[in-house]
Design a binder for this molecule. Structure first.
Ligand code: FES
Length: 273
């Protein structure tokens, strides 16, 4: 406490996202902080835990500033070398680097091509019937922005819960993401709905782990042209459906462009089979 920030020259951003946690990020972070303490580097450094840095395949990762150095596959011993090199010599440890400024690409042994949603597929869905459907992203980095957009847009969508209850988004007054895992939608008349959108560690009760939204699908029904978004939990049960007003395209266009990365709308002929 009371750290003199003016003397801090190097900041370590340790990823604390789900993949990095699984790969041992907590041990790396604890050892880094202990090493910093015992080597009297506390006032020269700053350590911060972050959420996912988007390089899960290289977990556990950390970023060092200044200089924009990205490290991969960290261990307790590697991080000591890295701290020493940055603080004492102001340079990176090349064999452990994933990327640094001025490199034209990342050096990863496990490079995964960025996931792009597939185009819409024509399907006879058990619950929806004949439709065009595609899967989007289900992490909180997509779902929280989606609900904030619905709050901002206000009209043109209705939330159908798995008990059949319908809630109009024009009555949505707040979207809160203060709980570790759940988003809270606050509607008028003190009506609230919670949806689990954050990564839930397996140490939590199985009921909570299973409630996490793990599938988000965007669909257009063949017969009526109705469009919507369906959320399913880890065990494939529908949690909720957002039904979109087919006379207003604002939300659907947002879904295609932002949530689905610009994929094309299903052609009308496709929806007719
Ligand atoms: S969880 Fe660490 S990079 Fe994704």
């Amino acid at each position: 406490m009371g750290k003199n920030l003016a003397t801090s020259t190097t900041t370590f951003f340790f990823c604390d996202g789900g993949s990095c946690q699984k790969a041992g990020s907590e041990i790396v972070t604890r050892n880094a902080r202990a090493y910093i303490r015992n080597n009297n580097l506390w006032n020269k450094t700053h350590t911060i835990k972050t959420r996912c840095n988007g390089r899960c395949e290289d977990a556990p990762t950390c970023i060092v500033q200044s200089g924009n150095y990205w490290y991969k596959h960290l261990t307790a011993s590697k991080i000591q070398e890295i701290i020493e090199s940055h603080v004492n010599e102001q340079k990176g440890v090349t064999p452990y680097l994933l990327y640094q400024d001025n490199w034209d690409k990342v050096i990863s042994e496990k490079e995964i091509k960025p996931f792009k949603p597939k185009g819409f597929q024509h399907k006879n869905d058990v619950d929806l019937g004949m439709c065009c459907i595609t899967k989007g992203f289900s992490s909180d980095q997509y779902l929280y922005p989606l609900f904030l957009f619905l709050l901002q847009t206000k009209s043109g969508a209705v939330l159908q819960l798995n008990n059949g209850e319908l809630l109009d988004f024009k009555d949505l007054v707040a979207v809160k993401y203060e709980d570790p895992y759940a988003i809270t939608l606050e509607f008028t008349h003190n009506k609230t709905v919670q949806l689990i959108i954050g990564f839930v560690p397996k140490t939590e009760p199985i009921e909570l782990v299973q409630q996490k939204i793990s599938s988000t699908e965007y669909f257009r029904l063949t017969s009526s042209g109705e469009k919507g978004i369906r959320f399913k939990n880890k065990i494939g049960k529908t949690v909720a459906i957002i039904k979109l007003d087919s006379t207003k395209n604002t939300i659907w266009n947002y879904c295609l462009n932002i949530q689905l990365g610009g994929i094309l709308e299903p052609h009308i002929n496709e929806t007719n089979g």
